[in-house]
Design a protein around this ligand. Structure first.
Ligand SMILES: *[C@@H]1O[C@H](CO)[C@@H](O)[C@H](O)[C@H]1NC(C)=O
Ligand SMILES: *[C@@H]1O[C@H](CO)[C@@H](O)[C@H](O)[C@H]1NC(C)=O
Ligand SMILES: *[C@@H]1O[C@H](CO)[C@@H](O)[C@H](O)[C@H]1NC(C)=O
Length: 222
């Protein structure tokens, strides 16, 4: 009997760990209201009265193609709870990523979501780097049409179009609002800038190198 209670306690703990990111739905759905002006905040969005919900709350018309005429040659079109309010509390979202030839989706992380990506057109060189604990190991693959790759939550990753044509990928993400931190933009393009003392020591370079990097325009492709 003791073992039985131990097992129940263990399973309860395990399931609370499994669902530690987005909360599990407590009803069929919880369509967000797109207004935080009322001054009360929740972890996520407010729910619309379910009687007022309709198919439009779960729909987005014509995803992409994104405009890749920019310094990176790539464009991410996110479909999160901010685009489809019916995604609220459901723990899932997606993104379409368009690439010009040589286009790059630069090193970035999603603080709240694991990503699973499928190449729909073209050829991508993709990779992620493990955390310090796992010695910052780089895992890479060249993906062709139909190939799938996973980027674990929080890890720095990138995708580069190494083909001669445009490329398109669709990514599923395990959060209604996975978030994105583009490494270069965050480190060298923060407002106000991170102090030279911090960055020269962190990157072990002279001030002019950091100064140069901070003067660049860090395009946000999201
Ligand atoms: C794509 O972006 C470029 C640069 O901003 C702009 O000149 C061009 O008109 C855009 N193309 C389309 C189809 O929106
Ligand atoms: C939510 O509000 C933002 C800001 O007003 C707006 O840009 C966006 O289109 C709205 N989204 C929906 C699905 O209504
Ligand atoms: C990381 O490197 C250390 C030292 O070389 C090694 O002992 C350890 O096994 C490595 N860990 C992984 C996960 O590769």
């Amino acid at each position: 009997m003791k073992l039985f209670y131990f097992l129940i306690a263990f399973l309860a703990l395990a399931s609370s760990i499994t669902f530690a990111y987005d909360p599990s739905p407590l009803q069929d759905f919880c369509v967000a209201i797109n207004d935080t002006k009322t001054g009360v905040f929740v972890n996520g969005k407010f729910c619309k009265d379910p009687k007022l919900a309709n198919a439009e709350d779960f729909f987005l018309q014509g995803l992409g193609p994104g405009n890749t005429s920019n310094p990176l040659g790539s464009k991410v079109s996110a479909v999160s709870v901010n685009e489809i309010l019916g995604l609220n509390t459901l723990g899932i979202s997606l993104a379409r990523i368009d690439f010009a030839p040589k286009g790059l989706n630069p090193p970035h992380t999603h603080p709240r979501g694991t990503e699973i990506l499928v190449v729909v057109e073209g050829t991508l060189y993709v990779g992620f780097v493990t955390s310090n604990q796992n010695n910052n190991t780089l895992f890479t693959k060249v993906l062709n049409k139909g190939d799938v790759f996973v980027f674990p939550i929080g890890l720095i990753h990138f995708q580069l179009n190494v083909g001669y044509t445009d490329a398109v990928a669709i990514a599923g993400l395990s959060s209604q609002n996975p978030g994105v931190i583009t490494i270069a933009n965050a480190v060298f393009g923060s407002k106000p800038p991170i102090s030279l003392e911090v960055l020269t020591k962190a990157f072990q370079v002279e001030e002019n190198v950091i100064d140069y990097l901070q003067k660049q325009f860090w395009y946000n492709n999201n």
